[in-house]
Design a protein around this ligand. Structure first.
Ligand code: ASP
Length: 281
C-alpha cells in the first residue's frame, strides 16, 4: 500500500512470529531439538531470483534477517550452524537465549517418554505438540508470500522445525525450491508440514512450475500434494504437508493433505485471517 518492496514486507512480516515467545514453532520460544537446543531454519527469495538461507542457526531471534544478509552480503546462498552464527554476529546480531521456560518445560515433559516420532503439525493426531501441557498454540512454520505495487514477488519461510528433532536435522523450510520458491514471471509458493516429504518432491518449485504450465495456485498446490500422497500412500494419512501459492495475477490458493490448514490474506483493502485451505482428507 505504501509502495514498499515485497522483499521488505516478507522480512518484516515474519519478524512478528519470530519474536513472539508464545509461538512455539518459529524463532524465540520455538521447540528445541531432542537435546534441548533451539535451532532455526529460514530462507528468503526476491523477484530477481536472489536468495539466502540459514539452517541450524542458534541464539538469533531473527534468522530471516540473517538469511537476507547471506543473500545480500555474501556470494553464497546458504550458511549453516556455527558458520551461520559467526556470520550473524559479525553482522551485528545479538546472541540471545531462545529457549523459553515454557518450551523447556514441554521438552522435559517430552523427555519422559522420548518417543521419536518424526511427524508434525497440529492437524496430525499422533503428534500434537500443541496439546502438550501449557501449550495451546498450533505448531507450524510460517511461510509468507508478497506482491508489491510494482507487481514484484518475494517470499520468506522461517521455522524452529520439527519439535524435538534430532540435533542437526534440517527440514524443507530453509531449502530453496522445497520450503520456498519465487519466480517473478510466474508466481511464488511456500510449504509447511513434514519437511522430508517436501524436500523429496522439491515441493515449492513443483508448485511454481505447475503454475507456469497453466495450473491455478490451488490446482498447483493440490497436484504437489497428490504427488506426495501417490509416492507414499501408506504414510499419507499420518502426515501433514500444505502448500500456499500466489501467481503473477495476484490469485492465491492452498492445499494440504490434512484438514485444518488455514492461511491469511492481506491486500490493500482487506485482511482475511484463517481462510480454510482445501485438503485431501
Ligand atoms: N516444515 C517444517 C520442517 O519440516 C516444519 C513445519 O512446517 O511445521 O522443519
Amino acid at each position: 500500500k505504501n509502495n514498499g518492496s515485497a522483499l521488505d514486507a516478507v522480512e518484516k512480516g515474519v519478524h512478528v512470529p519470530e519474536a513472539d515467545p508464545n509461538n512455539q514453532s518459529v524463532g524465540l520460544g520455538g521447540f528445541p531439538d531432542r537435546d534441548g537446543i533451539v535451532t532455526l531454519d529460514a530462507c528468503i527469495m526476491d523477484e530477481l531470483g536472489n536468495c539466502g538461507s540459514v539452517a541450524a542457526l542458534q541464539n538469533i531471534v531473527h534468522p530471516i534477517s540473517v538469511a537476507r544478509l547471506v543473500m545480500e552480503k555474501t556470494p553464497h546462498v546458504m550458511l549453516v550452524g556455527e558458520g551461520a552464527l559467526k556470520f550473524a554476529l559479525e553482522q551485528g546480531f545479538k546472541k540471545e537465549n531462545l529457549l523459553t521456560p515454557k518450551s523447556e518445560k514441554d521438552w522435559k515433559e517430552w523427555l519422559k517418554k522420548s518417543e521419536y516420532n518424526p511427524q508434525i503439525n497440529s492437524e496430525n493426531k499422533s503428534f500434537r505438540p500443541d496439546k502438550l501441557p501449557g501449550n495451546k498454540l498450533n505448531h507450524d512454520t510460517i511461510g509468507m508470500l508478497a506482491m508489491d505495487a510494482k507487481g514484484n514477488l518475494s517470499g520468506a519461510c522461517t521455522t524452529s522445525g520439527m519439535g524435538f528433532k534430532m540435533h542437526g536435522r534440517v527440514g524443507d523450510s530453509p531449502i530453496i525450491g522445497a520450503g520456498l520458491f519465487v519466480d517473478n514471471e510466474v508466481g511464488a509458493a511456500t510449504s509447511t508440514g513434514v519437511g522430508e516429504e517436501v524436500i523429496r518432491n522439491v515441493g515449492s518449485f513443483l508448485v511454481v512450475e505447475l503454475m507456469r504450465q497453466g495450473y491455478s495456485p490451488e490446482e498447483a498446490c493440490k497436484a504437489a500434494v497428490m504427488r506426495i500422497i501417490k509416492k507414499k500412500p501408506e504414510i499419507a494419512k499420518d502426515i501433514q504437508v500444505g502448500f500456499l501459492a500466489i501467481n503473477k495475477q495476484g490469485k492465491y490458493g492452498a492445499y494440504a493433505i490434512q484438514k485444518g490448514f488455514s492461511f491469511a490474506v492481506c491486500d490493500k483493502t482487506d485482511q482475511k485471517l484463517l481462510i480454510k485451505g482445501k485438503s485431501y482428507y
